[in-house]
Design a protein around this ligand. Structure first.
Ligand code: FAD
Ligand code: SF4
Ligand code: SF4
Length: 479
């Protein structure tokens, strides 16, 4: 092994520099500065090249992390990019948005005592460098095939499947109800975590590689699933989950109480230069407002940090458990704290007060009780602990459920689980409808970009096998 590695004993962990919180609040640019080449090489060299790399085991894509760290440490960046992109369609995006503290880095063996290798930041550095140097190429089939595949949804799952299928030679058409490709990577995740041109350049490169995008096309409204099944050799449903969970409290329907995704989509569209009447009217704009965000996940963190950048008068996050039990990435919680967000831990809304519109949130303090069957501590209200928070914009960020797909697609035979996600055969990833497959959040429930990519890659192989099997059965029948 090159003596370049194992430097963790000598070199401390050093994440790329974070911009000052005051500067961050004043713009929409990403929080972390890029690694300079020397820092990336040094940080990569901290890896101890484990025989059983737990980082790789805990990466949903099983990325070959030790190999690309070693290549980076040796300055062989083009090869590092080849290795990183062999298992991941968007390494630069995962490097930015994966909750590494829960995945690869959280399982790095030198984490105990020496702090993890900065895997995500190096992955981002390698791939950003690859883009700068023109090493990232459009998908290119070795040989064209006549069969076409229809994909519903241009999020990470649909896009990853599209790339793989295109490389295998299929004619690929992606249908999306939005006017831009990227799914939640373009309209959900804010610019300060993932700058939009990073997503747009992938979309444009896929189009250059022959993947057809039919945007502004909602399946179930503009075209039916039945029609897609007749047009294509196979269809993939990768539509994500979008039905916002609601709060059953008095006043929850007052004007000024809004859903997180409506709020974030308006903000992202504004940043992309679109006309957004609901933003301009103030309905989905936090400027000068007292904002209360309800929830403790990544979506809630994105909302509080968006509100600070819009110039809110105050931003408070109301979460019914404590900090240690927050489901969101701790890194994002710290970033929010630095940016001036106030947290009201162990507190839940009881009612929304106001006449013509919301003016305050009445909340109650909670305490953590005994664990339930899943081991998670139950929360219970503390009697007489009510308090009031001034609020003229309340954002509900309580998670998402799937839309009713059998109804939306008018296909009663499309079976769903009790959570509303699509039911598939777990090996073939095919739904109850022959030739119709599923991937991403609509299959596993609200999840992560990296899991969407994983599903997209897996389902592409299953679709290819399905089409091949269909061809051979036709050939057998014709004999
Ligand atoms: P999506 O990305 O939701 O894409 C689905 C696409 O299908 C959309 O473009 C939609 O327009 C389209 N569609 C839906 N219905 C139809 C229809 N009928 N016809 C045509 N098109 C349709 N994950 C992370 O890893 N890190 C993060 O930091 C992170 N932050 C997040 C922040 C927010 C605010 C949210 C909401 C999610 C975040 N996630 C994050 C989760 C991540 O974005 C999702 O898990 C991932 O995008 C799911 O990918 P997908 O392809 O299954 O679906
Ligand atoms: Fe870590 Fe995500 Fe990259 Fe895997 S894809 S190595 S989990 S940052
Ligand atoms: Fe390197 Fe950490 Fe992975 Fe071991 S677990 S191979 S030290 S990154």
């Amino acid at each position: 092994m090159a003596e370049k590695m194992l430097q963790f004993v000598r070199l401390a962990q050093h994440q790329p520099d974070k911009r000052d919180a005051t500067d961050r609040r004043a713009d929409w640019n990403e929080v972390y500065r890029p690694f300079v080449a020397e820092a990336a090489t040094e940080q990569a060299s901290r890896c101890s090249q484990c025989g059983v790399p737990f980082c790789q085991v805990h990466c949903p894509l099983n990325n070959n992390i030790p190999d690309w760290l070693k290549l980076t440490a040796e300055g062989r960046l083009e090869e590092a990019y080849e290795v990183a992109s062999a298992t991941n369609n968007f390494p630069e995006i995962c490097g930015r948005v994966c909750p590494q503290d829960r995945l690869c880095e959280g399982n790095c063996v030198i984490e105990k005592g020496f702090e993890a290798v900065t895997i995500g930041a190096v992955e981002k550095y390698i791939t950003d460098t690859a883009w700068e140097n023109g090493w990232v190429k459009p998908p290119k089939p070795v040989r064209e095939r006549p069969e076409s595949i229809g994909i519903i949804g241009a999020g990470p799952a649909g896009m990853a499947a599209a790339e793989r299928l295109r490389v295998l030679g299929f004619q690929v058409v992606i249908y999306d109800r939005h006017d831009r490709a990227g799914g939640l990577m373009i309209y959900g995740i804010p610019n300060f975590k993932l700058e939009k041109d990073v997503v747009v350049r992938r979309w444009h490169q896929y189009a250059e590689g022959g993947i057809e995008f039919r945007l502004n096309c909602a399946v179930g409204r503009d075209i039916s699933l039945g029609e897609l099944r007749r047009k294509h050799a196979a269809v993939l449903i990768a539509t994500g989950v979008y039905k916002a969970r609601d709060i059953a409290a008095p006043g929850a329907d007052l004007p000024g109480v809004v859903a997180a995704l409506d709020y974030l989509i308006a903000s992202n569209r504004k940043g992309l230069g679109d006309a957004v009447p609901a933003f301009d009217s103030g309905a989905l704009n936090a400027e000068g407002r007292h904002v209360v965000v309800i929830g403790g996940g990544d979506t809630a963190m994105d909302c509080v940090r968006t509100a600070t950048r819009q110039g809110a008068a105050s931003v408070t996050c109301l979460y019914r458990r404590d900090k240690a039990n927050m489901p969101g990435s701790m890194r994002e919680v710290y970033n929010a704290e630095e940016e001036g967000v106030r947290f009201a831990w162990l507190a839940a809304p009881d009612a929304f007060e106001g006449k013509a519109k919301v003016e305050a949130v009445r909340a109650v303090r909670m305490h953590l009780g005994l664990p339930d069957a899943t081991g998670r501590q139950q929360v219970e209200p503390i009697a007489g602990s009510d308090f009031t928070l001034k609020a003229d914009l309340v954002i509900k960020a309580l998670g998402f459920d799937p839309e009713d797909l059998p109804v939306m697609f008018d296909e009663a035979a499309l079976s769903v689980t009790r959570w509303g996600t699509l039911k598939v055969d777990h090996r073939s990833m095919m739904t109850a409808l022959p030739g119709v497959f599923a991937a991403g959040d609509i299959l596993r429930g609200a999840s992560l970009v990296v899991w969407g990519i994983r599903d997209g890659r897996d389902v592409a192989e299953q679709i290819a096998a399905f089409v091949e099997a269909g061809k051979s059965s036709i050939a057998v029948a014709a004999e």
